[in-house]
Design a protein around this ligand. Sequence first.
Ligand code: SF4
Ligand code: SF4
Length: 384
Amino acid sequence: MSSKVAVLECPHYDEDKIKKTILKGFEFIGRPDVKDKRILLKPNLLMPAEPHYAVTTHPAIVEAVGEILLEFGAKEVLIGDSPGNALSNIDNLYRRTGMLSLAEKKGFKLVNFSREGIIEVENPNGVVPTIPLSKVVRSVEYIVNLPKLKTHNFTLITCAIKNIFGTIPGFNKSKFHSIAPGPKEFSRLLVEIFNAVRPSLNIVDAIEGMEGDGPSGGTPRKFNRILMSYDGVAIDAVGGWMLGYKPDEIYTTKIAGDMGLGVPSLDDIEIFGSKLEELFGADIKKVLTIHNVLEKVSSPMLSFLSKRLVKLIKIYPEINDDKCIKCEICLRSCPKRAISRVEHKMKIDYRKCISCYCCHELCPQRAIVIKRNKLAEILWLARD
Ligand code: SF4
Ligand code: SF4
């Protein structure tokens, strides 16, 4: 089996250029059959942030994709996502991410995943028995996954598979972090959700993504590319490669490949528009988590590490009181209720913390930083 991924140069968020680029991509991967279909565009709208922060999928990409699909005969274009903070004001989210003005300009319909209700989808032998998807997902005939290419402090990367987590409305997302606290089991759950949703088409905003402490606290990074594929696993393999990872280093890509949901091997992916060797993100600032420190340490070294020593590796969220505005988003988003407000300060109870980094991901002030102790840094440097 092989899959096609278009990796096309596009240096700016210029709508005409983006449209031409995407049309060129369809010549390679094949034109989508969207005639008379209702389409859901699923961008990454992690939090209310303007497009220049490079946290969310740029509206120019969403606009171009919606326009093209209407020109191809689609009946209606919907835009929807459920942000990380379950209590987020959805109108504010759509306004700040540029989706509101885009929808008004182009006649696309904005949908509120939480308001439309939930449908429980059977998940036999899965991490959870049923997956609570937004009903919108089952009400459309075609889903276009529009991720942003970024590093991620828990799953290492966020691209096609991780982006589909947003089809789970409200507090269920944080509940899932509690049910599957480790990155491996959480990644399996993400793949199961991806399997339940099965987007028809994936188009990645990699014009400007993120490196470092992504998916929200890192640094914007220009990749100058748009990626397109009908295979979400193959597109994640290429996206991960652009962020400096081999496909088998990313749990979601590996697990999805093992489940037969797509092609994870770069040898079996036909790439159009760029050369694979030129795409490797050798100089990307990767994330550093407790889990990937342990994964990366070579086995002889691991045998040296007693359980006690492992416990001495610390990679933890820390709140910067000077930046904190006490909005309590972290408190409400923490799956383990490890954050509380004590005498006008936000405090983390590290005995409860499971290092999911949701608080870091969702803090609107970037007031939460990921700290590493010396041992974590040494192990990271010794990983190769
Ligand atoms: S740390 Fe961030 S999310 Fe938490 S209360 Fe302060 S500003 Fe809000
Ligand atoms: S304090 Fe932050 S990292 Fe720890 S469990 Fe809560 S949200 Fe996750």
